[in-house]
Write a protein that binds this ligand. Structure first.
Ligand code: SF4
Ligand code: SF4
Ligand code: SF4
Length: 259
């Protein structure tokens, strides 16, 4: 790429709800400035033009078919930088729930009596994050990704800096937001072991942390268990909460903590 040329950026989507791409599109105020620094050449949710020539690929969604594996490998061969966008792509996300059941059970649950007719031509495989298939350069976590994290990531990348990835637990953000810990209300929470960066938004809005941003590096599982016990809570209840985002067994980033 010529140094004066704007980087060519592509967005791709695999198995997911496309909510993380929507977060990118919701940067309405910042988009004109962003577009003065990059050329977006592929973004199905926003434009019809497509190009197979790009420098940076943002990849959303987990991989759940053989066709997706082929397409993802092609993206890796083309892009200089590959960024996993959101939980589905980074850790397998909600899609990995299906890995807990047989395909017959999943189809029946979703399609009922018409299960036999569903997806006859698509061979689905256990869902997995993209780094179970290709090398990934950077991750933007969350379900969905926080808009401000996408913007600070892109700014750092365009300035030639290594983008920061938070590596402290959600509890820190939660304290800074002034929330009362849900442990005090007899509710368990994955905040002590989950990667921060979301301003503990779920606790702020009345629930608890479900672990959508994945584990911090080297999570202190023992301390988490001790804290739960101190509050009279059952550490097993935490395992159930991990069931939402912690089902990917084909990733080295499986969220279910190894004890
Ligand atoms: S991470 Fe969440 S919001 Fe983003 S695509 Fe997956 S399910 Fe949707
Ligand atoms: S355990 Fe949950 S509610 Fe308590 S401080 Fe940590 S993130 Fe907040
Ligand atoms: S509080 Fe937990 S579940 Fe909610 S957005 Fe943050 S990391 Fe995700």
């Amino acid at each position: 790429m010529d140094a004066k040329e704007k980087p060519r950026v592509a967005f791709f989507s695999f198995t997911c709800c496309e909510g993380c791409q929507l977060m990118v599109l919701s940067c309405e105020k910042e988009l004109p400035d962003i577009l003065s620094h990059i050329n977006i050449v592929n973004f199905r949710e926003a434009m019809t033009e497509k190009s197979d020539d790009y420098d940076i690929a943002f990849v959303e969604g987990s991989i759940s078919t053989k066709e997706e594996i082929k397409k993802l490998n092609k993206i890796r061969k083309t892009a200089r930088v590959v960024v996993a966008l959101g939980a589905c792509s980074s850790t397998g996300g909600l899609n990995c729930l299906k890995n807990r059941y047989s395909m017959e059970e999943v189809k029946e649950r979703v399609y009922g009596k018409k299960a036999a007719l569903s997806n006859r031509h698509v061979q689905t495989i256990p869902a997995r994050p993209i780094d179970a298939v290709i090398h990934v350069d950077y991750y933007i976590h969350g379900c969905p990704i926080p808009k401000k994290e996408f913007l600070s990531f892109l700014t750092a990348l365009l300035m030639g800096k290594k983008p920061d990835m938070t590596n402290h637990p959600v509890c820190v953000d939660c304290k800074m937001a002034g929330n009362i810990c849900v442990f005090e209300k007899g509710i368990s929470c994955l905040g002590p072991v989950t990667r921060a960066g979301c301003d503990a938004i779920c606790v702020t809005y009345g629930t608890w942390c479900w672990g959508c941003r994945g584990l911090v590096d080297d999570p202190n599982i023992n301390a988490h268990e001790q804290t739960l016990k101190r509050h009279g809570l059952d550490p097993e209840a935490v395992d159930k909460k991990f069931a939402l985002y912690g089902n990917c067994k084909s990733s080295n980033k499986c969220l279910t903590p190894k004890k």
